[in-house]
Design a protein around this ligand. Structure first.
Ligand code: BTN
Length: 323
């Protein structure tokens, strides 16, 4: 609890008094907790008469590090942790088929068969990045499932920006920093005709990967938060922030629909206003990306008129044109 409290305060100092009031602990008990955390490798500043501040957490992503940081009602309450899996999405799909509950999370230190969108591989070296899959059971018809994909990229972008890295979103859900990809989401689902049974949101974030962790052909287009920020990022803090942001946006989506998600996505988008070529199954669409519609499709103004694209990869031959 002390750790979750400090983590939530971010850079702010938290007074010992506030913590003991909120957590129902004596000031001496708070101090003992802080001491125990320091012994586990957490760096905590204690400034006399002002309070405590979390300065660094050990870069491990186990249940022990993650559990105290998770401050959600549902997302991540059940946590399935693995040192190595084929793909966290495959594990999550199997769990969902066996009846796993909304919000269960599968997380791994490494993947031997990490999967990206459109049949691509996802580079998953051990101990550096985040690979997690969240099982959702939304009350939605299958046609509205793409909304969750855009929602997840908004949550991801919010958490990464909060970690001090200026990310934006390339349609539909690639997270970009300075034009290179740092994270992606692979959404998979099972549905009846009129109701989604389960959705698995598979999130991969290149957190502390070094250039040599990427194969040479990806080095120009992929990057990591550490490479962009010039400083490593504690994975457990980021993973818990992603789960927290995801829960916030899911709650908002359930209460208010897709409108606020769409507005946030547009604000975070690097795609809108740009000349694009969208490589989509069957054919390519070229023009200016104008909008995302009420189900998350990309609206492209082409020479022939407007086209609505439901799936594909965006390439931007030229920088954003002034509007
Ligand atoms: C993309 O192509 O942009 C999507 C990448 C998604 C990668 C994540 S890593 C965790 C989860 N397990 C997988 O096999 N893939 C997703």
């Amino acid at each position: 609890m002390v750790l979750a409290f400090l983590a939530e305060a971010g850079d702010e100092l938290v007074s010992g008094e506030a913590m003991s009031d909120k957590l129902g602990l004596s000031r001496a008990a708070v101090w003992k907790h802080v001491d125990a955390l320091r012994a586990q490798g957490y760096r905590i500043d204690a400034i006399p008469a002002r309070g405590y501040r979390l300065m660094g957490v050990p870069d491990r992503l186990g249940e022990l590090e993650l559990r105290p940081l998770i401050n959600t009602h549902e997302i991540g309450h059940a946590l399935h942790w693995f040192s190595e899996v084929g793909s966290t999405n495959d594990v999550a799909r199997a769990l969902a088929e066996e009846g796993a509950a909304h919000g269960e999370v599968v997380i791994a230190e490494s993947q031997t068969a990490g999967r990206g969108r459109r049949g691509r591989a996802w580079i998953s070296p051990p101990g550096r990045n985040i690979y997690l899959s969240v099982i959702l059971r939304p009350d939605l018809p299958p046609a509205r499932a793409p909304e969750l994909t855009l929602l997840s990229s908004v949550a991801l972008c919010q958490a990464v920006r909060h970690a001090g890295v200026p990310a934006d979103i390339k349609w539909p859900n690639d997270l970009m920093v300075h034009g290179r990809k740092v994270a992606g989401v692979l959404t998979e689902m099972a549905a009846e005709v009129d109701q989604v049974q389960w959705v698995v949101l598979g999130v991969g974030i290149n957190v502390n990967a070094r250039a040599e962790d990427f194969p040479p052909e990806l080095r120009g287009s992929a990057t990591s938060l550490c490479l962009e920020r010039g400083q490593s990022v504690p994975r457990a803090l980021l993973a818990s922030a992603v789960l927290g942001a995801l829960e916030e946006w899911l709650d908002r989506h359930a209460a208010e629909g897709f409108g606020p998600v769409r507005a946030a996505w547009k604000e975070m988008s690097e795609t809108l206003g740009r000349e694009v070529r969208v490589r989509s199954p069957g054919h390519d669409v070229e023009g200016v990306a104008e909008d995302v519609d009420e189900i998350g499709a990309l609206i492209v103004r082409t020479r022939a008129g407007r086209e609505r694209v439901l799936a594909g990869d965006v390439e931007s031959p030229r920088p954003r044109s002034p509007v």
